[in-house]
Design a protein around this ligand. Structure first.
Ligand code: HEC
Length: 180
């Protein structure tokens, strides 16, 4: 496949060069002009190589089920330390600046007793903290609920998956992981 493409490109370039050279004669300026059309050919080759060998963008687009299947709750537990300034994670623990997060996976959004949620988060109250909602919210809280009082974003998809895998364990009856 690649070989025939490469062959076609070389053949095309040779043919194109020949046509231009023969068609326009021996004016010296033409020789420079023949180099210009070759450049897009090179640019396209580079772009093709980038899309076929692109491992890095693929990570970003890994489905959440796959990220969660390989997530490490222990790493999530380490990462959740940055949440402790505002959240308590213990069963029956208090609300702090943010609501208590025991059992938050599959919990209705903005539903923890005694916490004064923002209208931004309350507007999602008919929905639940599914894995996907948590994943999107933690990536960009204000993108998920413009005006939310939750400010900390976790940009790394792997770290978010680890955190969510840890949150999942904070339950007497952890909900199943999403099917791959
Ligand atoms: C600076 C304080 C702060 C930090 C740090 C913080 N949060 Fe929050 N979080 C909040 C506040 C405040 C809310 C309530 C938001 C609202 O009402 O709009 C909230 C809400 C949430 C909710 C929604 C809970 C519900 O009952 O609907 C989740 C889930 C959450 N935070 C997860 C996390 C995680 C995970 C971390 C650590 C990676 C974290 N938060 C770090 C302040 C914080």
């Amino acid at each position: 496949m690649i070989d025939s493409w490469t062959f076609n490109k070389i053949a095309g370039a040779v043919l194109g060069t020949a046509l231009v050279v023969f068609g326009l004669g021996e004016l010296s300026g033409v020789i420079y002009a023949t180099h210009a059309p070759e450049k897009p050919g090179f640019a396209i080759e580079v772009a093709e190589a980038a899309t076929t060998g692109g491992e890095t963008p693929a990570t970003e687009e890994k489905p959440l089920s796959e990220l969660l299947a390989s997530a490490d709750p222990a790493k999530g537990e380490a990462a959740h330390k940055k949440c402790l300034a505002c959240h308590d994670f213990a069963n029956g623990g208090p609300n702090k600046t943010g609501p208590n997060l025991w059992g938050v996976v599959e919990r209705p959004i903005a539903s923890h007793e005694g916490f004064a949620y923002s209208d931004a988060l309350k507007s999602h109250a008919s929905d639940k903290w599914t894995y996907e909602n948590l994943f999107n919210f933690l990536n960009n809280p204000k993108g998920f609920a413009p005006g939310t009082k939750m400010v900390l974003a976790v940009k790394s998809p792997t770290e978010r998956a680890n955190l969510i895998a840890y949150l999942r364990t904070l339950s007497d009856n952890p909900p199943p992981l999403p099917a791959p």
